[in-house]
Write a protein that binds this ligand. Structure first.
Ligand code: UDP
Ligand code: MN
Length: 383
C-alpha cells in the first residue's frame, strides 16, 4: 500500500475501534462514532499533507558527480537562518546502544588533569585520552548522518589536494559518510584518487581572485551560498578546512556538534589582550579590549549546516561592511570568525591537536598531532 493511504486508513481504523469501544462502555452511540470519524478525517488529511512535503521531488543539483543516496531532507530557508526540522542531538541514541565492554568511568578519576576539559560555558574541549571512540562511533552510527567538508584549492594551492584528500580519506571520520566539496579554479588538475566507499568527492569550479586574502575571505560567502542552494539538502553537518593540511591521526565523530571551533595552536596560552584579535573599533571584527575566550583558527571550524550557514553569512557580512568602509581585519575572515564565536559560543571545542602548526615544537600536553599544516613558502605559493 502506498504511504499516503496508510496515513488515511490508520486513523480511520483507530477511530472505528475507539468508536466501537465507546458504544460498548457508554450509550451515546452517535456522538462517539461521529467524533472519532471527524478526527480521523482531520488527522488523515494532515498526515497526507506532511508526507507530501517530505516526499516531494527535490530540485536537481548540478554536480560533477552526485551523491549515491538521496538528499537527506528539505528544509525551509529564509535570508538569515535555516530551519532544520530534524533533531540532531547525539544523546538521543543512548537508549539503543549495543552492549559494549569498556573501562568504567569514575567521577573522582578525571581522565586528564593537565588540560582544560570544559569551557566556562560547559562546551567540552576535545583532547586525546578523554573520550572512548568506540562509544562515540556506536552512538553516531544510529543516526546515519552525512558530513560535508568544504575546502578550496585555488591557483597554486592545487598542489595540496593530494595530501589533503589522501590523508582525509584515511583519517577523517573513518567508516562514516563524508562528502568532500572541493572548490577549485583548476578542475582538470584534481588528481584521480580512489576514495573509501563511504566517501564522495564533488569538484566545484570557482573563480580565482588576484589577492590571496580575497580567496581566503570569500570562502565564507561561497560556503554560505552553497548551503542555501545545495548543502542543506545533502548534509547534516558541515566543516570548513584549509587545503594546506594533512591528517596523521583519526579525527572522528568527537568533532560533531552544533557549533564547533578549533583553538589555535599558536595562541592557546596567550592572554586575551596579547593575542591576534582585531581590536580596531572601525572594523566589524573588532573585539573590545578585555574580552575574548580562546583564539580560534579559521582553518577548521564547522557544525550543523544551519549554524554554519548563520556563521558564514554573518562573517561575510562583516567582511563586506569592512570593505565598504575601506578597512580589512587583521587576520581577514579569521578575525570575523573570532568575533562571531565570542558572541555565539561554540557548543564544542577542538584542542590544538586538531590544527597543530607544523612550525611549532610540540609540548607534552599535545599527545597527538591529528592534523597539521603543510610547510609552505608563503610568498611563492600565494604569488
Ligand atoms: N587558498 C587557495 N589559494 C590561495 C590562497 C588560499 O586556495 O591562493 C585557500 C586554501 O584552501 C588555503 C586557505 O585558502 O588553505 C587559507 O589560506 P592559507 O592556507 O594560505 O592561510 P594560512 O593557513 O597560511 O593562514
Ligand atoms: Mn592554511
Amino acid at each position: 500500500m502506498d504511504i499516503k493511504k496508510v496515513h488515511i486508513v490508520i486513523p480511520i481504523v483507530m477511530a472505528g475501534i475507539i468508536g466501537y469501544l465507546g458504544t460498548k462502555i457508554m450509550d451515546i452511540k452517535e456522538v462517539h462514532i461521529l467524533i472519532p470519524i471527524v478526527m480521523a478525517g482531520i488527522i488523515g488529511y494532515l498526515g497526507q499533507t506532511d508526507l507530501n512535503e517530505a516526499f516531494s521531488v527535490l530540485p536537481s543539483i548540478p554536480h560533477i558527480s552526485r551523491p549515491s543516496s538521496q538528499p537527506v531532507r528539505q528544509v525551509d530557508l529564509d535570508e538569515t537562518s535555516l530551519v532544520i526540522s530534524r533533531q540532531t542531538d547525539l544523546n538521543e541514541a543512548f537508549s539503543v546502544l549495543p552492549r559494549m565492554s569498556y573501562p568504567q568511568p569514575f567521577v573522582d578519576k578525571p581522565q586528564r588533569t593537565d588540560v582544560l576539559l570544559m569551557s566556562p560555558w560547559l562546551a567540552p574541549i576535545m583532547w586525546e585520552g578523554t573520550f572512548n571512540r568506540d562509544i562515540l562511533n556506536a552512538q553516531y552510527r544510529q543516526k546515519k548522518f552525512v558530513v560535508g567538508v568544504a575546502t578550496f584549492a585555488v591557483k597554486k594551492y592545487v598542489r595540496f589536494i593530494e595530501g589533503f584528500l589522501g590523508s582525509a580519506n584515511k583519517f577523517f571520520l573513518s567508516g562514516h559518510r563524508v562528502n568532500f566539496y572541493l572548490f577549485t579554479d583548476h578542475p582538470e588538475k584534481v588528481p584521480s584518487m580512489k576514495l573509501a566507499p563511504e566517501k564522495s568527492l564533488f569538484i566545484i569550479p570557482v573563480q580565482n581572485y588576484s589577492r590571496w586574502q580575497d580567496i581566503s575571505m570569500n570562502r565564507m560567502d561561497i560556503i554560505s551560498n552553497r548551503i542555501r542552494t545545495h548543502w542543506h539538502y545533502e548534509v547534516d553537518y558541515l566543516y570548513s578546512m584549509d587545503i594546506d593540511v594533512q591528517m596523521f591521526e583519526h579525527i572522528g565523530v568527537e568533532i560533531i556538534d552544533t557549533l564547533v571551533g578549533t583553538i589555535s595552536s599558536w595562541q592557546y596560552t596567550k592572554p586575551r589582550d596579547s593575542n591576534s584579535y582585531e581590536r580596531r573599533p572601525e572594523s566589524r571584527a573588532a573585539i573590545p579590549s578585555g574580552e575574548g575566550d580562546f583564539y580560534y583558527a579559521a582553518s577548521f571550524y564547522g557544525g550543523s549546516v544551519s549554524e554554519v550557514y548563520k556563521l558564514t553569512t554573518a562573517c561575510f557580512k562583516g567582511v563586506t561592511e569592512d570593505r565598504a568602509n575601506g578597512i580589512e581585519a587583521k587576520w581577514h575572515e579569521e578575525s570575523h570568525l573570532n568575533k562571531y564565536l565570542l558572541y555565539h559560543k561554540p557548543t564544542r571545542l577542538l584542542s590544538p591537536e586538531y590544527y597543530w602548526d607544523e612550525e611549532l615544537p610540540r609540548p607534552q600536553i599535545i599527545r597527538v598531532k591529528r592534523l597539521s599544516s603543510v610547510r609552505k613558502d608563503l610568498e611563492e605559493v600565494r604569488s
